[in-house]
Design a protein around this ligand. Structure first.
Ligand SMILES: C[S@@+](CC[C@H](N)C(=O)[O-])C[C@H]1O[C@@H](n2cnc3c(N)ncnc32)[C@H](O)[C@@H]1O
Length: 246
């Protein structure tokens, strides 16, 4: 909640009835705490929970009813086919399984959400793509993931790097940080985005170059129609870290 507070206070300061979405909400634990702290005593604001398992939606809905959390809404749906509000101010997804995090990020980007906060879960898709595309990758790079264990870890890391870069290329200012202590969860990477531009062409070029260099195309980039660069060289490292103080 401390990490989300700046985003929540900003949208509550600018909008009478901000719309917050929790994608892959499960039992809606995150939503209940957020509602209690930020929305219960506010004049307006809606928290929509979207979850694929009907029994979880039902249980959380009953709990919200008992607590009188009337602006907490629930939808049972797969993230790919859910009905999304026209305007989303903050979209969050906590441990949305595998590519469900990509579905959530795609919705945030397509709806132009002011803020997005995801803590990704396990990721398997890119590790498979790395294995299949090994032959075409620069040999020294492919040494990073020739063993299955390394491929899983590197695939997961690469996925999140590409997710952050995708957010940047669609105009988000991105912070990647630790959610909590490692003793609580190994799925501990919080990717926070704040929309500041319509697009960022430099970031887009880096994203396309990375997709080309590693021969991967994660779901998020497929959903958004981002194609790998075929022969574009990666921008120099100094440019990649342009926000680092000198
Ligand atoms: C690990 S749980 C996390 C639940 C909740 N966000 C939390 O942190 O307590 C992941 C949840 O995402 C849901 N989920 C996974 N993929 C989904 C999808 N494609 N569409 C909708 N829900 C999905 C699962 O049913 C599950 O409840």
């Amino acid at each position: 909640m401390g990490l989300l507070r700046p985003a929540l206070e900003d949208i509550q300061g600018r909008h009478a009835s901000p719309v917050v979405v929790d994608a892959g909400s499960g039992n809606a634990y995150l939503g209940f705490i957020l509602y209690e702290l930020f929305l219960k005593d506010a004049e307006g604001g809606v928290l929509l929970n979207v979850e694929g398992r009907p029994e979880l939606t039902q249980r959380a809905k009953e709990r919200a009813g008992r607590l009188g959390f009337s602006r907490m809404e629930f939808q049972t749906a797969h993230l790919e086919s859910a009905q999304w509000p026209e305007r989303i101010h903050l979209l969050m997804a906590l441990h949305a399984c595998d590519t469900a995090t990509d579905d959530a990020l795609a919705v945030a980007i397509q709806k132009g959400a002011d803020y997005v906060a995801v803590v990704p879960c396990c990721q398997a898709e890119v590790a498979t793509q790395l294995k299949e595309g090994r032959a075409a990758v620069e040999p020294t790079l492919s040494l990073l993931y020739q063993h299955p264990w390394h491929r899983r870890e590197f695939g997961s890391h690469l996925t999140n790097v590409l997710r952050a870069l995708t957010l940047e290329s669609f105009g988000y200012q991105v912070t990647v940080t630790e959610l909590t202590g490692w003793e609580h969860s190994l799925k501990n990477e919080l990717i926070l985005g704040r929309r500041v531009h319509r697009e960022n062409r430099q970031a887009r070029a880096k994203l396309e170059a990375m997709l080309g260099a590693y021969g991967v195309r994660p779901k998020l980039t497929r959903l958004l129609g981002v194609e790998p660069a075929s022969s574009t060289p990666a921008p120099p490292a100094a440019d990649i870290t342009r926000t680092t103080p000198v």
